[in-house]
Design a protein around this ligand. Structure first.
Ligand code: ZN
Length: 406
C-alpha cells in the first residue's frame, strides 16, 4: 500500500480502538470516517489483492453476510463487517482492522452498492431482494433496481448471484454476463406487481412469475431451497441445520453457499460451518427471564414483518415500534403489513410509537394490551415462550433492557 494509505489505515484502527475503549460503540464508523479523510482512496487500497464478495438488498443482508463469511472461511481468513456497519466507512474500518486476509465478505447498504463496487472491484455481488423501506428517505424500489442495473453494466466482469424470485432483482441483474440464480422464495409481493421494464402487470402461479407484456420472467434457478435443505446446481440436496429460525434463513443459507461456490468452496465443505452461526448482533437471541424464554426478532419494514410472523412460534408476542432516525420517521408502512397472522396469540405492544401500532391492530381486528416496560411485558405473559418483534432502535432498547451484548 502507498504510505498515505498505510498511515490512514493505522489511524483508522487506532480511532476505532479508542472509540471502543471509551464505550462509544464498536468504533467502525468513526474509524472508517477518519481513515477516509486522510486517504479518500483508502477503501480501494485496502480492497486491493483480496477476493471480495458484496451482499446487498433490503432484507437479510447482515445474516447472509455472516453465513457467507462462514462458508468462504473454509478457504482461509475472511474480513467482514460483522456489526452491520454497511456503508463505506464501515467497510474501510472492517478491512483495516482485519489486516491482510485473502478474502472479504461485505454487507453493503443498497444505496451504496455503486460506490463500493467501484472501490473494491469484487469478484461476486449477491443481490437478495428489494422492497419498500424507510419511506421518508429511501429511494423507490424501481429507482433502486434501475440504479443497480446501471451499476452492474459498468462492471461486466463481476459475477452476480441473484434472487430469481424477486422481479426487481432479476431485472437489475438481467444484463449481467455472469449470473447465478437462487430461489429462496418471496413472501412479500407488493413491490413487484408491475414490470419495471415495460409497465405491464406481473402474474404469478406457484413459484413462477412472468410479465404479461414483455419477455421478463423468472429465470431457472441454479440453487433452490427444498424442504429443510438446499439443492445445488448439480442436483445434489444438502440438509441445512441452522441455529437461526425460519425458512427465510434456509434461503439465506442457499445464497451463502452460492456465493462461496464462486470462490471454489464445495457446499459439502461449507454446510457444517453455517450451523455454527448463532445470534447476529442480538438478532434471534434467546434469553431466559423469570421462567420465560424470550426470543428477539428484528423486523424493520413490511417484508421483514411478514417473515417475522412466519418465524415466530404461536406464542405470546410483544411488538415494539420506534420512529427515531435509524428507523425512518414515517410509520405509515404499518398499514402495509397484514397483522392477521397474530390473531389468536396474546399480543402486547410498546415503544415510542405504540399508539400508531394500536390504531393499525385495531383496524386489523387484532386484540392487544399496551405495556410500558419490558418487565411489565414479562409479568403479563405466562411462563414459556415470549416472542419479541421490534424495529431497529426498539430492538436495541429491549436488548439494553435485557442487558445483553451480542
Ligand atoms: Zn414487462
Amino acid at each position: 500500500m502507498p504510505l498515505r494509505a498505510k498511515v490512514a489505515s493505522s489511524v483508522s484502527r487506532t480511532a476505532a480502538a479508542l472509540s471502543r475503549a471509551a464505550g462509544r460503540g464498536d468504533g467502525s464508523v468513526i474509524g472508517g470516517w477518519i481513515g477516509l479523510k486522510i486517504d479518500p482512496e483508502l477503501l480501494a487500497h485496502l480492497a486491493a489483492g483480496r477476493s471480495i464478495a458484496l451482499v446487498s438488498g433490503t432484507n437479510g443482508k447482515t445474516t447472509t453476510t455472516r453465513l457467507a463469511a462462514a462458508a468462504v472461511g473454509v478457504l482461509g481468513p475472511v474480513a467482514t463487517n460483522s456489526f452491520g456497519a454497511n456503508m463505506p466507512t464501515g467497510h474501510t474500518s472492517a478491512l483495516a482492522k482485519a489486516g491482510h486476509t485473502p478474502y472479504a465478505v461485505l454487507e453493503v447498504d443498497e444505496h451504496y452498492l455503486a460506490q463500493v463496487l467501484d472501490a473494491t472491484e469484487p469478484r461476486v455481488v449477491a443481490l437478495l431482494n428489494l422492497s419498500r423501506d424507510q419511506l421518508d428517505r429511501a429511494k423507490e424500489v424501481a429507482m433502486m433496481a434501475q440504479g443497480w442495473q446501471t451499476t452492474l453494466a459498468k462492471h461486466p466482469d463481476v459475477h452476480v448471484v441473484a434472487n430469481a424470485d424477486d422481479p426487481m432483482v432479476v431485472w437489475a441483474a438481467i444484463g449481467s454476463a455472469h449470473t447465478t440464480w437462487f430461489s429462496a422464495g418471496q413472501r412479500w409481493h407488493d413491490d413487484s406487481w408491475v414490470c419495471p421494464e415495460c409497465g405491464s402487470p406481473i402474474e404469478r402461479a406457484e413459484d413462477q412469475w412472468w410479465c404479461t407484456g414483455c419477455p421478463l420472467r423468472r429465470p431457472q434457478p441454479h440453487w433452490v431451497v427444498e424442504d429443510d435443505g438446499v439443492v445445488d446446481p448439480t442436483g445434489a440436496w444438502h440438509k441445512i441445520v441452522l441455529q437461526l429460525p425460519g425458512r427465510v434463513n434456509i434461503g439465506n443459507a442457499a445464497t451463502a453457499l452460492a456465493v462461496a461456490a464462486e470462490f471454489g468452496v464445495r457446499p459439502t465443505d461449507a454446510v457444517s460451518r453455517l450451523g455454527g452461526v448463532a445470534s447476529i448482533a442480538g438478532r434471534y437471541a434467546q434469553v431466559a427471564r423469570d421462567g420465560r424464554s424470550i426470543r428477539l426478532l428484528l423486523a424493520k419494514n413490511p417484508a421483514s414483518w411478514l417473515e417475522a410472523f412466519d418465524m415466530a412460534d404461536h406464542a405470546p408476542t410483544l411488538l415494539s415500534i420506534n420512529a427515531r432516525d435509524p428507523d425512518g420517521l414515517d410509520t405509515s408502512w404499518l398499514f402495509d403489513v397484514d397483522f392477521a397472522p397474530l390473531r389468536g396469540r396474546q399480543v402486547l405492544i410498546t415503544g415510542d410509537r405504540a399508539y400508531d401500532l394500536a390504531v393499525r391492530l385495531d383496524i386489523n381486528d387484532v386484540p392487544f394490551q399496551h405495556i410500558r416496560t419490558f418487565t411489565q411485558a414479562v409479568a403479563a405473559v405466562p411462563p414459556g415462550r415470549l416472542e419479541v418483534i421490534a424495529n431497529y432502535t426498539a430492538f436495541q432498547d429491549i436488548r439494553a433492557e435485557l442487558d445483553r451484548v451480542n
